[in-house]
Ligand binder design. Sequence first.
Ligand code: ADP
Ligand code: ZN
Length: 627
Amino acid sequence: MDKREVLKKYFGYDTFRQGQELLTDSILKGRDVLGIMPTGAGKSVCYQVPALMLPGVTVVVSPLISLMKDQVQTLNQAGIHAAYINSSLTEGQIAKALQFAAEGRYKIIYVAPERLETASFLRFARSVKISLLAIDEAHCISQWGQDFRPSYLKIVRFVEGLPVRPVLGAFTATATEAVKEDIICVLGLKDPEILVTGFDRKNLYFGVETPARKDDFLVRFVREHRAESGIIYCATRKNVEQVHELLCREGFPAARYHAGLGLEERRESQDAFLYDVKPVMVATNAFGMGIDKSNVRYVIHYNMPQSMENYYQEAGRAGRDGQAAECILLYSPKDVMVNRFLIENKEQNGDDFTWEELKAARDREEERLRVMIGYCNTADCLRNYILRYFGEVVQGDCGSCSNCGREYREEDMSREAAQVISCVREQGGRYGVNVVAGTLLGRNTARLREYRADEVSSFGVLGGMGESGVKKLIQKLLQEGVLRQTPDKYALLKLTPLSAEVTEGKRQILVRIPVQDKAGAGTQRAGRSRGKSAGSRRTDILNSRGLDCFEALRALRAEIARQENVPPYIVFSDRTLTDMCIRQPFTREEMLQVSGVGEHKYEKYGERFAEKLREITGGVKRKYCFE
Ligand code: ADP
Ligand code: ZN
C-alpha cells in the first residue's frame, strides 16, 4: 500500500494536508523531521502513516496520559493495533502490554517519558526493531519554554542505548526560534527536514469582550450555543466553582475541573465532557492538556490568561475538526491584578535556581503578561496580533475577529501622544502606567501627591479623555514601540528612540475608536457582527432539514459511543457527520467517499449510518445544504 492508500483506508481522508506529506515522505526515506504545526493541523498523521508502512515498531513519546488513551482509542477504532504504557496501568498490565509488543502485536506504542529508562521497557526496546521514535510535545525538552519537563531528557539517553538508531520525528505546536534550536540540538536531530506551517487557524473566530457583567454575557452565550460543546477557562479554582454553579443554576449541563478536586472526580467530569454527557466544561488551565475532543465549538476565557502562548494553546482546543468555532476572551482590567498576583506567588523551587535565574524567569512572565494585556486592548485585527507575536508576516486584516467586526473611526492622536511622551520625560521615566495615566488625567490621590505629580506641566492635560482612553493610548504607544516598559514587575514607562519622532511631529499616531452604538460598551457582538465568516459553520452549510438530519446522525453516534464506551467524536467527527448530511451516502462506495470514513470504520458503523440516512431521506438524495 502506498501512503495515500494508507491514509484513505485507515483514516478515511483523501488527501494529505499541507505539510503532512512532506514529513511523511521524509520519515519514510529515513530522515529525521521536526514539525512545528498548530493544534489541529494534523501532526499525528505525520507519524502514524509512516508507522503503518515501516517494517518495525513506532514508539511515540507523549507526556500526557489522557492524550495517549485518546490516541490509542482512535487508532483502535481505525483498526490499527496500538497500545500505551504509562502509570495509569498496573505493573501486571504493563508487563502484558510489553510482552504483546515484543511479540509484534502492536504497530504503535505510546509511552510516557518517565518509562523510557525502566528496565522492562529497555528490555523490550532492545528486543525489537524500532523504526521510528516520534516525540510529541517536543518543546517540553527545551529549558527556554514554559513547559520544560526534565523527564524529556531521558529520550536522549534512551536513543543512545538502542542497538540501531531509529528515525526521530519531533512535533510541537509551540516553538519560538530558541525552542526550535533547542529541540534540534538537545534531541540530536540529524539534518532534519523542518516544517513550520502557518499558525493561523482559519476556522477560529477570535473575540475580546469587556462586558459590564461577565456572568450575563456568559449565560447568554451558552444559551445561544445550547447543545454545542465548549470550554470556559477561569483563572482560579474559586472562579471555576462560581461559574460552574451559575451555569448549573441556569440549567446548563456543565462539568468542572481544577486541581483542587480529587482524582476520581476529575476523571468523572472529564469523561462527562468527552462523552458529551456534559458538553460544557468550566475549568482552570489544569484542564485540557491532551484533550483531543474535536467538536469543541467554543472556548471562552472568563479571565485573561497569563500569556499569549497559554491563550493560543487553550483557545486552540476549539474547532480541531476544522469547522468554525469561537474563541472569546472576557477582559476586565481587574484580571491584570489577579495575574500579577499569580505570577508573584508562583511556586518556584528556589534551591534549583540562582536569584538571577528566578528574576529572569519572572521578568519573562511579566513580559508575556504585557503582550496579553496588549491583545485585550488593541483595536487592530486580533488574529494579526497573535500571528505577529508568533513571528509570522501578516497581510491585511482577517475579517473574522471582533475587532474586524466592529466599526471604527480612525482618529489622529499624535498631539495627545506627544503629551503622554512629555509626561514620561518630565517624570524621568520613574513610573508605570497607572501613575502616568493618573498624572495626565489630573487625579488628586495621595499617591500622586506624594510623587508630586501635580507639579509637572502635563498634569491634567488629558483630563477629558477618561481613564480607559488614556490607558488605551499608552498601550498603543507601547505597541508601536514609541514607549517601552522595563521588563520587571515595576513595568516603568520609558522613552525610546521613536519617542522624539512623535514629539517632533514626524510620526503620526492613529488610534481606532470603536463607533459606539446604543448599548454603549462595545460588547454588542452577540448579534453576529462577524463580518466575513471564519471557516464554515454548520449552520451556514446545512439548511434546516440538513440540521435535522445532523441531529439524527448525532443521536445515532451518541448511541454507538455509549455501546462502545468511547467518546462520540472518536466514532466520527462533527465534520464527518456534516459531510454525510451533504452527500447522503447509501452505498459502501458512497460512504467511503465521506471525509473521515475509512475502511475499518465503514465495516464497524457504515451500514448503520447509511441505514439511518435512507430512513431520513426515504432513499432519495435531498438538498440538505445551501450551495
Ligand atoms: P494535532 O495533533 O496537530 O493537534 P491532530 O493530529 O489531532 O492534530 O488532527 C486534528 C484533526 O484533523 C483530527 O480530527 C484529524 O483526524 C484531522 N485530520 C488530520 N489529517 C487530516 C487530513 N489529511 N484530512 C482531513 N482531516 C485530517
Ligand atoms: Zn481580524
